[in-house]
Every structure is written in C-alpha cells, then in structure tokens.
Write a protein that binds this ligand. Structure first.
Ligand code: 13P
Ligand code: SF4
Length: 315
C-alpha cells in the first residue's frame, strides 16, 4: 500500500472515531466486512454475537457494518435506537431467496408444522416464524423441540440439510441458498487437501453437502475462528467468505489460512459483494449524516421480536 493510501485510511479512521464519539454511537461489524472496517469497529462477531451485543447496548446509535437483515435484527431488538447501515443496498442473496409472501403460502400449506427461520431472512419472514436460529445455535435450537415435532426450516437448504444430518431430524426445507457459499469448489478442495494433507478444512454450514463431508469442522464464523485459534494445526483451508481471514490472521499471525476458491473464478477468493459494500467512506458518511437508517414496520417488528427473543433465551 502506498504512503498516501495509508495516511488517507488513517485520516478516515480518525474522522470515524471522532464522529462516533460525537454521536454517542457504537460500531458493530461482521467478520465478512473489509479488514479496515473490522479495525475501526467497537465489536466484531458472527450474527448471533452481533444480535446479543446490540440487545445489550446503552448508546442511542448503532451502526451495523454488515448486511440489511443484521440491521433489521438490531432495530427489532432496540426499537428506540437509531440503527444506521453504511450502504442500504447491502442485502443478502440467501434472505432474498425467501420472499415473505411465498414463505407465508408454504407455512400455511403446513398448518401442523412449527417454523424455524435462519436469521438471514427479512423481518417479514421472521414475523411468520416460531423461532429464529443462527449458524451458531441452530443445532441447539432444533434439539430443544420434541423429537416428533413437525418442523419447517428456512431458508437455507444447505444449513437445513446439515442440521437434519446431525440431529437425525427430517425437517421440511425451504429451497434457498447463499450465492457465495454455494460456489465453493469441491474439486479445488480435493486438490488443496492433496497438496497440503496436514491442513485442516474449516467450512460454514451454508456450503454444499459434498464440501461439508470433506470438512474437519463445520460451524459459524465464530466457531471456525475459535477452532483455528485453539487447534494445534498450522494450516487451514477456509470454506467461508474470505473476510474472516482478517481476524484469523490477526489472532494467529504464525498460522497459514488458505481461502478455498469458488468453482468459476480467477481471483482465488470468495467475497460477499453485499458485505464488501461497507467501506470506510460510507461508514464516515452515515455517521455524519445519520443516514441510511434502518426502519422496520412496527407491526412486523412486534411479530418478529418473539422468535428472536425465543432464540436469545436458549443458552
Ligand atoms: P454467521 O452467523 O456464521 O456469522 O454467518 C452469517 C452469514 O451471513 C453467513 O453467510
Ligand atoms: Fe448473505 Fe451469503 Fe453474504 Fe452471508 S455470505 S450475507 S448468506 S449473501
């Protein structure tokens, strides 16, 4: 990086910290955001940690550096706070794969089923849900239902199939997926494993089943980070969005992390274009202008809060 670029980044970070103090704001960032965003955040974490942190904050302004559903979850949990997001176009292909009107028809067609929704959904889908899960707690939440309970799981078919496989359930799955995690190449993973037999494979449960079967550990971003920190191996192949490598490398500077490439790419990495919409410039602007702000229809928010609270109450 050139000296000019480094000093521009430093100046932007200083401006963000000054504005943050002036507005009494807290910056939350997901592990998939750019490294420089994670560096300026007060808290970084996976979806579950960010929801828990948001729920416990006393400051009046939250800036969610992540994607829209994360901002919505924070707003639902903290209706009296201002929740800002650096770029309102930061959506999620998985959440988009489950439009609320269609999900409602699916739910109504199965009246004797209870509904479990992944946190990667719109507030309107959460409002149709009995309990929300994240990849951190999906197994625990599913286990909390009686064995014979009839369950719908949406929207991620890969996470749902993985949870079915580890719990022995037969949940009815919505046919949605994340465009980033579906793209990881099983073929390239096999080649990498051959070239580096000592490397451990870390996979997010949004990946396809064939890839999950080759992984040493399957878990949320926080669980994969934890494994990398605590495992004695020194090389890891990472099958999740490449932003997580920033925190892995920061916590384990002596270890090697290899991002698993997608099937069709020349870049050798796998980025969530939505997460990468968060930039330092946009973070500065949204703190300065108080915009874009997340809003959730109060009736939807009331209905969506119940399944989120139910999730948060399951330790
Ligand atoms: P985590 O809950 O593991 O942070 O995952 C969020 C996500 O969007 C995965 O693609
Ligand atoms: Fe959504 Fe996939 Fe991006 Fe996660 S990585 S925010 S599931 S599009």
């Amino acid at each position: 990086m050139t000296v000019d670029k480094t000093s521009a980044i430093r100046a932007l970070k200083e401006e963000i910290l000054r504005l943050k103090a002036e507005k009494n704001a807290v910056i939350l960032a997901h592990y998939y955001t750019r490294g420089e965003i994670q560096e300026v955040a007060d808290h970084i974490g996976d979806s579950l940690a960010l929801a828990r942190i948001a729920a416990g904050l006393k400051e009046p302004v939250i800036v969610m550096c992540g994607v829209h559903f994360m901002g919505e979850t924070a707003k639902i949990l903290c209706p009296d706070k201002t929740v800002l997001i650096p770029d309102e176009k930061a959506g999620c292909s998985l959440a988009d794969s489950c439009p609320a009107p269609e999900f409602e028809k699916f739910v109504k067609a199965h009246p004797d089923y209870q509904v479990i929704s992944y946190v990667n959904t719109s507030a309107a889908v959460k409002a149709l849900t009995d309990v929300v899960v994240t990849s951190s707690n999906a197994r625990k939440v599913v286990d909390s239902f009686p064995e014979d309970a009839k369950l719908i799981f949406g929207p991620d078919r890969n996470l749902g199939a993985y949870i079915n496989s580890v719990t022995g359930r037969d949940m009815l799955l919505w046919d949605g997926a994340c465009h980033v995690h579906e793209q990881f190449s099983v073929e390239k993973l096999v080649e990498l494993k051959k070239a580096r037999p000592q490397a451990r494979v870390l996979a997010h449960p949004e990946c396809k089943r064939a890839l999950i079967l080759l992984a040493d550990v399957v878990g949320s971003t926080a669980a994969l980070l934890d494994y990398a920190v605590n495992n004695e191996a020194t090389e890891f192949i990472v099958a999740t969005e490449s932003g997580i490598l920033h925190e892995m490398q920061r916590k384990c500077p002596e270890k090697t992390f290899i991002p698993l490439p997608p099937e069709d790419s020349t870049c050798g990495c796998n980025d969530c274009s939505f997460m990468k919409l968060n930039t330092l410039e946009k973070l500065r602007d949204c703190l300065r202008d108080g915009y874009p702000e997340i809003s959730v229809d109060p009736d939807i928010a009331r209905l969506a809060r119940r399944p989120i609270d139910r999730m948060l109450s399951i330790q």
